[in-house]
Design a protein around this ligand. Structure first.
Ligand code: UT7
Length: 339
């Protein structure tokens, strides 16, 4: 059994910045509403980039920071719900662009918890001896699944990619994790993709597969855009995230005070504030990137982690708690030590 450590991180966001004022010209909203309700000031939205190009850019930076070449990689995981194409998967496209010919690759789908799950997965492959150097990417182009006429969702999301490289270590850098899922509440964050439609179906079967009842009981096509019951997801997050963090802390026999930095999924500044309050932790320990990037789903934790690693605030021996939550509903926390 090998120990595991974080070797390096990287990030990449689209060039185009969309401000709250820009959105106020599209839908009935205001900079003031968005800032005070979410903490978001702007987000980066693709105009020429692809999920693969952002992922490769972030991966190259993470490899540079790790002192590794793409040939050193033996595993690539991309966490995303918005791959450029379902086939080939995003991780194979990244492998091709990097020339990482020794790596086997797969995508992981767990919405905003995706990167945390992928990081845990990569670490377990290394611990188990099935891989040595693992590239983990969280990347999204949420702008393609957002209804730009729906003010309740379009103001929240952004695009981007973040990457981390894990490798073997003498000292333990990956201390523990806790993951959970509540599928019974999946309807609070959802999106339908393509109709099930083949020549062997009756119209009734087609309708059953592809239509749903609205609030008044009328049938309508399932939404191709992200739907979110914001307040339900909010309540879920402020309860589950502290619980999951506390569970990891308990298992590792450390306290909230021992944690030097918290890297949480950036969905809403108020959620992060509430988690800090419930944990009785100082907000100074929480990295905040939501103002700049909005909610980038699977990309949000690695973007925030990269910002922390480049902030000059992280010292050897320090503890970092990483926590993600979102669609599924899913949640997960990982405790790492910088070694
Ligand atoms: O990453 C996945 C996980 N996602 C999350 O964790 C998101 C969690 N949820 C949230 O962050 C918040 O629930 C939102 C930011 C989505 C919404 O904030 P809220 O404080 O829960 O607002 P609300 O949905 O209760 O809406 C309050 C009011 C409503 O008007 P009425 O009914 O009070 O008249 C909305 O129609 O604000 C209205 N509203 C807006 N007004 C201006 C909703 N969106 C907007 C908008 N601009 N963009």
């Amino acid at each position: 059994m090998s120990e595991v450590k974080l070797l390096g991180t990287g990030a990449s966001v689209p060039e185009k910045i969309v401000t709250n004022h820009d959105l106020a010209r599209l839908v009935e909203t205001s900079d003031e509403w968005i800032r005070t309700r979410t903490g978001i000031c702007r987000r980066h939205i693709v105009t020429g980039e692809s999920l693969t190009s952002m992922s490769v850019d972030a991966a190259k930076k993470a490899l540079d920071a790790s002192g590794l070449s793409p040939l050193n990689l033996d595993m690539i995981i991309v966490a995303t719900l918005t791959p450029d194409e379902p086939l080939p998967n995003a991780s194979s496209a990244v492998q091709k662009a990097l020339g990482a010919v020794n790596a086997f690759c797969f995508d992981l789908s767990a919405a905003c918890s995706g990167f945390v799950y992928a990081l845990g997965c990569g670490a377990m492959y290394i611990k188990g001896g099935a891989a040595k150097h693992v590239l983990v990417i969280g990347a999204e182009i949420l702008s393609k699944i957002v209804n730009w006429e729906d003010r309740t969702t379009c103001i929240l999301f952004g695009d981007g990619a973040g990457a981390a490289v894990l490798g073997p270590s003498e000292e333990p850098g990956f201390l523990g994790m806790s993951m959970g899922t509540d599928g019974s509440r999946g309807h609070t964050l959802k999106m339908f993709e393509r109709d099930i439609d083949n020549p062997f179906m009756t119209d009734a079967q087609r309708a059953a597969a592809n239509m749903e009842a609205d609030a008044d009981g009328n049938l309508r096509p399932k939404s191709r855009y992200v739907y979110m019951d914001g307040s339900e997801v909010f309540k879920f997050a402020v309860k589950k995230v502290p619980e999951s963090i506390q569970q990891v802390l308990k298992e590792q026999q450390v306290t909230v005070e021992d944690v030097d930095h918290f890297v949480l999924h950036q969905a809403n500044y108020r959620i992060i504030e509430s988690v800090a309050k419930r944990l009785k932790a100082s907000m100074d320990k929480f990295i905040i990137t939501i103002d700049e990037y909005g909610n980038t789903s699977a990309a949000s934790v690695p973007l925030a982690l990269d910002e922390l690693m480049h902030s000059g605030k992280v010292k050897k021996g320090e503890l970092i708690m990483i926590s993600g939550f979102g669609g599924g509903l899913t949640w997960g926390s990982i405790l790492m030590r910088i070694v």
